[in-house]
Design a protein around this ligand. Structure first.
Ligand SMILES: [Zn+2]
Length: 50
């Protein structure tokens, strides 16, 4: 066995770029565990009008 890289699905905060792997991937966290932002999964790209 050599060194391998295991990739798991995780979440990344759009605000502080913190990455973490939850115990239950199906359960989206309500806030970022680091910056506590409830908008961790909402990128700030709402400036464009359409
Ligand atoms: Zn964050």
């Amino acid at each position: 066995m050599g060194l391998i890289e295991i990739k798991r699905k995780g979440f990344k905060c759009e605000r502080c770029e913190h990455e973490w792997i939850p115990n239950d991937i199906k359960q989206e966290p309500t806030v970022c565990p680091k910056c506590k932002s409830p908008y961790w999964n909402k990128p700030r790209k709402n400036n464009k009008k359409k």
